[in-house]
Design a protein around this ligand. Structure first.
Ligand SMILES: *Cc1c(COP(=O)(O)O)cnc(C)c1O
Length: 421
């Protein structure tokens, strides 16, 4: 459920008409709903009720400071995958003890940064990384709390680019090697082994792979305890999918996911951490764009809109589906006609949808891409020298620009021409 509903034939974000935002900000723009972000965070919190837990929002899905502060103020932790994301979480007011640091390529600078600023735990992805964290922590005279990210060799049954839990993916330490690496970690200076971490992929629409992975974490936890490690925290990653296509998909609910956690690892006496991104932010955001032209082709018509693959890359990168709806509701008596919805970028890949049934639209009409709050703005670029798309946050009847559209002057000022040229 989200808070983007029609009211008297016009699409609203909570109590604000999208037409009003479009007039103030121009198109294209992202708009996020505070009520939806809040609702989704609470669903996860409630799903883990009765177990000691922390819901860490995956910052990579939507890293706007206002979004992070909205969630941080509700008590969310943050899962970061770079020094930049760590700085964002801190700038949004989230204390280091609620920030976990994941990612396969943590640099020495990033490790020192988070040890300096405070960190809940490192999710360590390799032996060389473990040694590097130990070296830096020992040199700084501090102790780094760590969990090893294990690769359980489970098929997440999701898009190949976002599956992470198979043995041929670059992520984590093979679960069969885990005991040996834990033994090594326990001997290293500056390291405090506290837990086990797993994350098998994103946009999972079936609970079975989670269940399989968590059972492997359970067995490993028991073995590690026999080996003498004080395993007291389990980080189970993110990955629960969302219904991108409302008409024909109903992924599992957070409460069902919580039940899987309870059933598989709930009796181990460990604190549970989860790292949802997409399910919290995905359906909390829309990308709103306007029609530039309707172009009649041979056998197909093209709706050319002012958003493009640089603003929302998911369709061209993952073949992803987004529901696309008119901001002003069409007369129900008029039959929708199939159109290809495309952006202005000079690549055929800049196609959002093919043969999508849409009501008649004209130049200047607004359309909204649903489910665009996760992996949308964060993946945007200035390809084709298109300024970064702005972001807007709505809360009840108020809205604010939370990332302004840069001017062309700002864009050009980032380049420089050498003196000798
Ligand atoms: C991407 C990622 C997440 C979030 O995944 P979602 O599908 O957005 O929930 C969580 N943890 C790690 C380590 C990730 O890389």
């Amino acid at each position: 459920m989200d808070h983007f509903l029609y009211n008297n034939g016009a699409l609203y974000a909570e109590d604000v008409a999208l037409t009003e935002i479009a007039e103030a900000v121009g198109t294209p723009f992202y708009v996020y709903s505070t009520a939806t972000l809040t609702r989704h965070f609470r669903l996860f919190n409630e799903a883990l009720a009765g177990m000691e837990h922390l819901v860490c929002f995956a910052v990579k899905s939507n890293s706007n400071l206002a979004v992070l502060k909205t969630l941080g103020d509700l008590g969310a932790g943050m899962d970061v995958v770079s020094g930049g994301e760590y700085r964002r979480a801190k700038a949004a007011g989230v204390p280091g003890e609620r920030i976990v640091f994941s990612g396969v390529g943590k640099t020495a600078e990033e490790i020192a940064l988070v040890l300096e600023g405070g960190i809940r735990q490192f999710n360590v992805e390799s032996e060389p990384e473990l040694l590097e964290i130990s070296r830096i922590a020992a040199a700084m005279g501090v102790t780094a709390p760590i969990a090893l990210r294990v690769n359980p060799d489970v098929d997440a049954k999701t898009h190949e680019k976002i599956a992470t839990g198979k043995s041929d993916n670059k992520f984590g330490i093979p679960i069969a090697k885990a005991r040996a690496v834990y033994a090594e970690a326990a001997r290293l200076p500056g390291i405090d082994v506290i837990g086990v971490d797993v994350h098998i992929g994103s946009q999972l629409t079936d609970l079975a792979p989670f269940e399989a992975a968590f059972m492997k974490v359970r067995e490993l936890t028991q073995l590690l305890r026999e080996d003498g490690h004080n395993i007291r925290r389990l980080d189970l990653g993110g990955g629960l999918g969302i219904p991108y296509e409302r008409s024909n998909s109903a992924p599992p609910l957070p409460v069902e996911y919580g039940d899987v956690i309870r059933r598989t690892v709930g009796d181990l006496g460990c604190e549970i951490e989860i790292e949802p991104g997409r399910l919290i932010s995905g359906n909390a955001g829309l990308l709103v764009t306007s029609v530039i032209y309707l172009k009649e082709g041979e056998g197909r018509d093209f709706l050319i809109v002012d958003a493009a693959m640089n603003d929302l890359v998911r369709p061209s990168m993952y073949g992803a589906h987004h529901d696309i709806v008119p901001v002003i509701e069409a007369d129900a008596a008029i039959l929708p006609q199939p159109v290809d919805i495309v952006g202005p970028v000079c690549e055929t890949g800049d196609t959002f949808a093919k043969s999508r049934p849409m009501p008649p639209l004209r130049a200047g009409d607004l359309v909204a891409f649903r489910s665009a709050g996760a992996y949308g703005a964060v993946m945007s670029s200035e390809y084709n020298s298109r300024p970064l798309v702005p972001e807007v946050l709505v809360n009840g009847d108020q809205f604010a620009v939370i990332r302004a559209r840069p001017s062309f002057e700002e864009m050009l000022a980032r380049d420089s021409i050498p003196e000798w040229l």
